[in-house]
Design a protein around this ligand. Structure first.
Ligand SMILES: NC(=O)C1=CN([C@@H]2O[C@H](COP(=O)(O)OP(=O)(O)OC[C@H]3O[C@@H](n4cnc5c(N)ncnc54)[C@H](OP(=O)(O)O)[C@@H]3O)[C@@H](O)[C@H]2O)C=CC1
Ligand SMILES: CC(C)(CO)C(=O)C(=O)O
Length: 340
């Protein structure tokens, strides 16, 4: 039997990727902390449903403490605030010549590399839309960009193999020499998603709102200024054009906003995962964890991030129950943008 690909964190993203790989005939082992979800997958009841795909599969599935053996490919798909704990738990199961691939939002590769070593870390960027509904049920709402790349930009045999594997999930998956460019691009786009979660607006409506536009532009520019200070060229995807925001090119920004709105309009997942954590699952988000390395980099370069700081504070208040989701929360962020 071939060695399995390990999916560590088998929720919306990991569960979807793992299910597609299983369906394509690959050996896959699922690891997750939710016992009922693990039991459903192990019983062959992992259901992927929604406009992007509909099928049921399953496979060997374990709680982290029950995993045995060492593996050469571990796809990590937990939220950013669980990255350290999950990476420490998977470390004894990573082969000496193996690698962890982060299919997450945020710059988690930096945390992972600190724990497993840079040579055993491969970068990835995902922008497809999925939701964990209940144990064994995942909604795959919309295809989106999928990118893999070595941290130093090299083209290696293991990267080519990973790219080939992921094309069994997303046929348009990209092999990139600048994966950090995509991750910083997602940090910019992701800031819009995070801000949209302050309200009950859909992502499309939030992007289209003229009242929110100056704040959105200032927020994205604030994030991308840090990327530029880091010497990274942020890359675009799915309607997002980071160069337009970096240059402050008003016409190109309008075009990009229109394209992002169209991409999100009518999506079967109309709101972000962060909104879902706040409003539906009523649990802490990974907003602070996603933005932590960005804010740390800003401090290193002496850059101020008043909008990111306020965004983290507002989401924290909603998490603690001292503020409700709604227009007032987004207005507070707009007020900071208006102060300049
Ligand atoms: N969903 C989406 O459409 C998109 C998500 N992303 C990113 O992908 C990553 C995964 O998100 P998503 O799949 O939505 O999240 P989910 O919460 O749906 O899935 C994560 C799963 O990992 C489990 N988990 C938590 N800690 C551990 C651990 N230590 N070991 C093993 N499993 C663990 C979670 O359990 P529990 O729920 O109990 O914490 C959950 O079942 C995040 O970084 C997210 O921002 C990126 C693009 C799109
Ligand atoms: C909106 C989406 C699915 C893709 O950008 C996302 O990243 C999230 O929900 O966190």
């Amino acid at each position: 039997m071939a060695e399995p690909v390990v999916i560590w964190g088998a929720g919306a993203i990991g569960g979807t990727i793992g299910a597609f790989l299983r369906r394509a005939g690959h050996e896959v082992m699922f690891v997750d902390v939710v016992p009922e979800h693990v039991a459903a997958i192990a019983a062959g009841r992992l259901r992927i449903e929604g406009p992007a795909a509909s099928f049921t599969t399953g496979g060997p599935a374990f709680l982290p403490g029950k995993v045995q053996g060492r593996y050469r490919l571990i796809i990590l798909a937990v939220k950013a605030h669980h990255t350290t704990a999950a990476t420490r738990a998977l470390l004894p199961h990573l082969a000496e010549d193996g690698a962890v691939v982060s299919c997450q939002n945020g710059l988690n590769e930096l945390t992972i590399a600190d724990i497993v070593g840079r040579s055993r870390t491969i970068g990835a960027f995902v922008n497809f839309y999925a939701d964990y509904l209940e144990p064994g049920r995942i909604s795959y709402a919309k295809r989106g960009a999928v990118v893999v790349g070595e941290l130093d930009g090299a083209r290696t045999p293991r990267l080519a193999a990973l790219h080939g594997l992921l094309r069994d999930f997303e046929p348009d998956a990209i092999l990139s020499g600048n994966v950090f460019g995509y991750l910083w691009g997602k940090a910019g786009y992701g800031a819009i998603l995070k801000a949209s979660a302050l309200t009950d607006d859909t992502i499309a409506d939030f992007i289209a709102s003229p009242a929110r536009r100056p704040m959105i532009v200032a927020l994205v520019r604030e994030i991308l200024a840090v990327a530029a200070a880091e010497g990274v060229t942020p890359l675009g995807f799915d309607g997002f054009d980071p160069q337009a925001f970096l240059k402050g090119d008003a016409a190109a920004i309008e075009l990009s906003m229109g394209r992002m709105e169209s991409f999100n309009r009518g999506s079967a997942k109309p709101r972000s995962g962060i909104w879902r954590d706040l409003a539906v699952r009523k649990r802490p988000t990974d907003v602070a964890a996603q933005l932590a390395p960005v804010r740390a980099a800003a401090r290193r370069h002496g850059l101020r991030m008043p909008l990111a700081d306020e965004l983290v504070a507002l989401v924290g208040e909603i998490e603690r129950g001292t503020r409700v989701i709604g227009d007032e929360a987004a207005d507070a962020l707009c007020a900071v943008a208006a102060r300049g």
